[in-house]
Design a protein around this ligand. Structure first.
Ligand SMILES: O=P(O)(O)OC[C@H]1O[C@](O)(CO)[C@@H](O)[C@@H]1O
Length: 449
């Protein structure tokens, strides 16, 4: 199992000093890194508690997950943001493409409060054979609670007294509506460690329980994370510590070279939702006090035919991270007997074309002096995904020190939630409603009928 990080193309040596990073500049962070490294090691019992998760005992979770996967044909996760993106990423990267019609339980996510999505899931599942895992750290997120409330009603109507046997809650062990309701109604409750925030919780029961239900090897996942923790705990040198390297190169690119956008572009469909998970991590953690870098999702090769024009020739505001997979479980060869005009492709495989296209794209970006980093893994495996998850969690935590912000809170998200509560008529929000009416006007409009 191996992950490589090639940062040649962010260096000034490759793309020039206007857009690239000088080696001396990277090394000038030496003292900062040593100091911050020591602080992080101490913080692992507090703010950096996510770093403890790889070391948890998984026995109970695995046994319970086995029981659930044997009892049910459908497994529906109700949760949003950090309470669903991690599980979705694990499912899509480690399962989905191999998921066939015989695999069970079938997995669905109710994150949005979109009636079309809700009904499309209800149409497929059989309530009698479905387990609903309601995941919410706070136990109060509107979308999650709304979806849950409707599901609860359906369960009670369809299953009578057995309704609670179809529910598993994953929530804070100390507080919140889900904890109270779960305890009162004899519902199985899994715990989100109180010190771990949603977007850092994928390696807690938030992500590993659904993963285990779906047959993903969560021990290997945690082994990979442990390995990355070990490397990041030992290496104090920026050129040897992958998390600090990612954080510092992105920080210099952002704050000193004007790269306000961080594009992540895997050349793998399976890793597409890794980017969704990364987007929340990077955006909610670092977008503070007028600072931060906008994470953008792209997919190779598809977005070569949609975005690369802009990335090469538009505003010089981007740093790109490619993710490459070196080996695939399955590949397809283009046959020899194909029309003469397209014969140059014969004998090549789809995997080979994908990787050659990545090389071609990188060369084109170097030519336009667009900084880019490539993370390659030998194959998509739970171990490698575990490494990648921990790598980005640590890079994000470390970046908090660089930007001098707290990467573990999300105060700006609360405002919109509070206005929503007010609009929904929640008790205690009448002043918020007044503030909303003061702020929000629909004054300039065009209507076409
Ligand atoms: O797990 P919870 O408390 O339902 O929160 C879901 C998500 O909502 C947020 O608070 C943002 O609205 C995220 O930080 C979090 O991951």
């Amino acid at each position: 199992m191996v992950i490589r990080i090639d940062y040649t193309n962010v260096m000034a040596e490759t793309i020039g000093e206007r857009d690239g990073i000088l080696r001396e500049e990277l090394l000038s962070f030496r003292h900062f890194v040593i100091e911050t490294h020591a602080r992080i090691q101490k913080e692992k019992e507090r703010k950096f508690y996510f770093a403890k998760l790889p070391y948890q005992d998984t026995q109970e979770i695995k046994e319970f997950a086995k029981e659930i996967s044997e009892r049910f044909d459908y497994f529906v996760l109700i949760g949003i943001g950090g309470s669903s993106l991690g599980a979705q990423m694990l499912f899509e990267s480690l399962k989905s493409i191999n998921h066939n019609i015989y695999d069970r339980p079938k997995f669905f996510i109710m994150d949005n409060v979109d009636p079309d999505k809700f009904s499309s899931i209800l149409e497929i599942i059989d309530i009698e054979k479905t387990c609903f895992n309601v995941v919410s750290k706070s136990g109060s997120t509107v979308e999650t609670i709304a979806n849950f409330a409707i599901v609860l009603d359906i369960l009670k109507k369809r299953l009578g007294e057995r309704w609670n046997e179809h529910l598993v809650f994953t929530t804070d062990p100390e507080k919140g509506f889900l904890k109270r309701f779960g305890e009162e109604n004899n519902i199985k409750i899994l715990h989100v460690p109180p010190k771990v925030g949603g977007r850092f919780s994928v390696l807690s029961p938030v992500g590993i329980f659904p993963a285990a239900v779906l047959g993903i090897d969560i021990d290997q996942l945690l082994e990979g994370a442990k390995k990355m923790d070990l490397v990041c705990s030992i290496e104090e040198h920026v050129e040897h510590n992958p998390a600090y390297l990612i954080a510092i190169t992105h920080y210099i690119a952002n704050m000193r070279r004007g790269k306000t956008i961080s594009v992540m572009m895997p050349y793998s469909e399976k890793l597409s939702s890794f980017v969704d998970w990364y987007r929340q991590l990077w955006a909610e953690s670092l977008g503070k006090d007028g600072l931060g870098q906008t994470p953008v999702k792209a997919l190779g090769t598809v977005d070569q035919h949609s975005q690369i024009q802009l990335y090469r020739d538009g505003l010089r505001d981007k740093i790109i991270t490619f993710i490459q997979v070196e080996r695939r479980a399955e590949d397809f060869k283009i046959p020899d007997e194909i029309p003469e005009d397209i014969h140059y492709l014969s004998g090549h495989t789809l995997h080979e074309i994908l990787n050659k296209e990545l090389l071609g794209t990188k060369a084109a970006l170097i030519k336009s002096k667009v900084p880019n980093i490539t993370i390659s893994m030998d194959k998509i495996s739970p171990y490698n995904i575990g490494m990648l998850i921990y790598l980005y969690e640590m890079a994000t935590g470390f970046s908090g020190y660089l930007y001098k912000i707290n990467p573990f809170d999300q105060p700006a998200v609360e405002e919109g939630k509070n206005f929503t509560y007010a609009l929904m008529g929640r008790e205690g929000y009448s002043q918020k409603l007044e503030e909303f009416e003061e702020l929000y006007k629909e004054k300039y409009k065009i209507e076409i009928q």
